[in-house]
Write a protein that binds this ligand. Structure first.
Ligand code: NAD
Ligand code: UDP
Length: 313
């Protein structure tokens, strides 16, 4: 099969390209490098069945070859990135999604959207099942991302209902691993970078807010199984092991052997207090659940960041 992957030069997109190629498929990778990097794809340069198109998916795109599927990942994902690029984020979630749905429709291809746990906002239901409609501030600093993704989900469902397009929606919870940018602002690369440099770990608020972290290989397996299943979703993909940000900081210090202090900084506006995926649907419909423990995943990620920075604690 031949797949188009948008956001292919990003963290998850580049791992997805690897997986699709490993499955024996062809990949057309599309990215405008807003938050991604060609370094994430350089190992695929010249590989048979792979080609890269530098392109903003909000602009029209014509693909001559037949396509079997469109994986639509393009969007800033780190709060730092989307708050720096709020209009681009709204554009890619709305117009970009519309263009990629049209492309899928023209090719008679399937379409998979990577949505987000941010659809639940600061959730009032815990853990979050897909049936929960969420608690999003529509005008707050995170709204450019949350509402763009909610719109993208609505548009995807409209294409399914109106045109009978084969669509799937994944709601991804915090995912980490090699190829995250050191400076992308998300908590995993930020704490690792700080720990490896011996700089203070910047915990926002009192660190009692929680997150649940999924290793990237588990996420890719979930996305691939979702594609194969043809389930419309939305389906939560994430690791249900939940911990507070302060516990997470301590875990990073332990695993890196760093003696960095912890520095408490103000909690950003609308930072969700708790987040944990209910993955009952993924277990039942996809036979999927995460396999990689937090310790294992972090060890892999730490090794990668150490090589990247060549900094030893
Ligand atoms: P990332 O920032 O590493 O990758 C996103 C990619 O999209 C980048 O390469 C960027 O350049 C590209 N992009 C952005 N706007 C574009 C445009 N208009 N045209 C073409 N390319 C564009 O982020 P990621 O963590 O790999 O996230 C990938 C997808 O998964 C995103 O849709 C994100 O919303 C979703 N997601 C990720 C997480 C996570 O924890 N990593 C959680 C929930 C949802
Ligand atoms: N966080 C933190 N220090 C940092 C970066 C993030 O304490 O330097 C916290 C942030 O406030 C949030 C959690 O870590 O509660 C996860 O943040 P991230 O930006 O990774 O993603 P989010 O889940 O908020 O989208």
């Amino acid at each position: 099969m031949r797949f188009l992957v948008t956001g292919a030069a990003g963290f998850i997109g580049s791992h997805l390209c690897d997986r699709l190629l490993a499955e024996g498929h062809e990949v057309i990778a599309v990215d405008n490098l807003l938050t991604g990097s060609m370094a994430n794809l350089e190992h695929l340069e010249g590989r048979q069945g792979f080609r890269f198109i530098l392109h903003d998916v909000c602009e029209p795109l014509t693909i001559e070859e037949p396509l079997d599927g469109v994986f639509h990942l393009a969007s800033p994902a780190s709060p730092k990135d989307y708050m720096e690029h709020p209009i681009e984020t709204l554009d890619v979630g709305s117009l970009g999604t519309r263009r990629m749905l049209e492309l899928a429709r023209q090719h008679g291809a399937g379409f998979l959207l990577t949505s987000t746990s941010e659809c639940y906002g600061d959730p009032l239901v815990h853990p979050q099942p897909e049936s929960y409609w969420g608690n999003v501030n529509p005008v707050g600093p995170r709204s450019c991302y949350d509402e763009a993704k909610r719109f993208a989900e609505a548009l995807t469902m409209a294409y399914r209902r109106v045109y009978g397009l084969r669509t799937s929606i994944a709601r991804i919870f915090n995912t980490y691993g090699p190829r995250m940018k050191l400076d992308d602002g998300r908590v995993v690369p930020t704490f690792l970078d700080q720990a490896l440099r011996g700089a203070p770990l910047t915990v926002y608020g009192d660190g009692s807010q929680t997150r649940s972290f999924c290793y990237v290989s588990d996420m890719i397996e979930g996305l691939w199984r979702l594609w194969l299943s043809g389930e419309p979703g939305p389906i939560n993909l994430g690791n249900p092991v939940e911990l507070s940000v302060l516990e997470f900081a301590r875990k990073i210090l332990e695993l890196t052997g760093s003696s960095s202090p912890i520095q408490f900084l103000p909690l950003p506006q609308d930072d969700p207090r708790r987040r944990q995926p209910d993955i009952t649907k993924a277990r039942q419909l996809l036979g999927w659940e995460p396999r990689v423990s937090l310790e294992e995943g972090l060890r892999e990620t730490i090794a990668w960041f150490r090589r990247l920075t060549a900094v030893k604690v």
